[in-house]
Design a protein around this ligand. Structure first.
Ligand code: FAD
Length: 301
């Protein structure tokens, strides 16, 4: 690993850290260390890092804001790539906005509203990066990324780059082609429409207010833990089964939103996983439905 670090530093691929604790990189505030933590600032640095990782046989994964991810307590063997400040950019042109993959999805929505562009209001409460939102086809309030995305710049794992159009992303519910083919989103272009600034701000305020009332926003969490099953809501099933407040170590099924698991401060990934299994078992027994996780599990078990 030391040899690889030396080569990464020699290639000037941005910041590189060893044994980086990942709890500080996830909204659940849970997760052991990454052997290697790499923060490239340009597509060239990203491609160079991928080439070196490949040459050294080191596996990698990519992390955005960690707002949909449960990192295991043992952490991640290999490298975690987190796109650096060089990807934290935004540019408006007519009715399109181009955003770098590490740009905040919430900030993007606010900035679009200020420009008088409508279409991104739904993103006002989704606390991830643009890259993570594209990967997840993030959505809320009857909209999602697929409705507004024009194109995505992707660096594939062999370092080659490609621009994919909306129809090439194979968008479905919280799913994209990137779940099947390993690539890193570096930039995305969204096509919006001209709108009324006041109406946009009012819609965003309504959504924000609704979230404040229905989600445990003061607690460390990762949003909805389970995907909604067809024609139903995971939160409704969990609440009806009386599981709100169910606790395992420092993790608890939120009293505010049944499909959220909150960290009381000392929860481990194992606590969360045990709680998730208990919820799944109960819902399977009572409703015959196997809840499928929406949060993504990363790291050594
Ligand atoms: P991460 O959690 O870091 O990563 C998620 C996945 O994306 C991982 O597989 C990762 O490898 C991949 N990824 C990250 N960056 C890139 C990249 N540049 N290129 C390729 N792959 C990448 N989600 C919703 O959809 N709707 C909601 O309403 C919603 N509400 C939430 C509310 C709260 C309070 C919280 C904490 C979360 C909520 N979420 C919601 C979940 C989460 O915010 C979204 O899924 C978000 O899009 C994840 O972005 P991220 O940058 O945090 O991704």
């Amino acid at each position: 690993m030391e040899q690889l670090v030396a080569e990464l530093e020699q290639a000037r691929i941005g910041r590189v850290r060893l044994h980086e604790p990942l709890a500080g990189h996830t909204t659940w505030k849970i997760g052991g260390p990454a052997d290697l933590f790499v923060m490239p600032d340009t597509e060239e640095q990203l491609a160079a890092a991928l080439a070196l990782l490949y040459r050294h046989g080191v596996p990698w994964c990519v992390l955005g804001r960690g707002s949909n991810t449960l990192v295991s307590d043992k952490g991640i063997r290999g490298a975690v790539i987190k796109l650096g400040d060089g990807f934290d950019e935004i540019r408006f042109e007519d009715d399109t906005v181009t955003a770098g993959a590490s740009y905040s999805f919430i900030k993007l929505s606010v900035m679009a509203g200020k420009e008088g562009l409508t279409g991104l209001e739904f993103a006002g409460g989704i606390p991830g990066t643009v890259g993570g939102a594209v990967y997840m086809n993030a959505g809320a309030h009857n909209s999602d990324i697929s409705r507004i995305l024009q194109s995505v710049d992707i660096t594939w794992e062999d370092g080659s780059r490609e621009v994919l159009g909306n129809e090439q992303m194979a968008f479905t519910y919280r799913h994209t082609i990137l779940h099947e083919r390993r690539g890193i989103v570096t930039r995305a272009v969204f096509r919006l429409e001209e709108g009324d600034r006041k109406e946009i701000a009012a819609a965003m305020a309504t959504y924000k207010d609704r979230r404040r009332r229905t989600q445990p926003l003061q607690m460390a969490c990762a949003g909805s833990v389970f995907r909604n099953p067809p024609n139903d809501h995971a939160a409704r099933l969990i609440e009806t089964a009386g599981l709100k407040g169910l606790r395992e170590g420092g993790a608890e099924v939120s009293q505010v939103h049944a499909n959220f698991i909150v960290n009381h401060g000392d929860a481990t990934a194992e606590d969360v996983l045990t709680l998730m299994r208990r919820v799944q078992q109960t819902i399977e027994q009572t409703n015959g439905i196997l809840l499928v996780p929406e949060v993504l599990l990363m790291g050594e078990r």
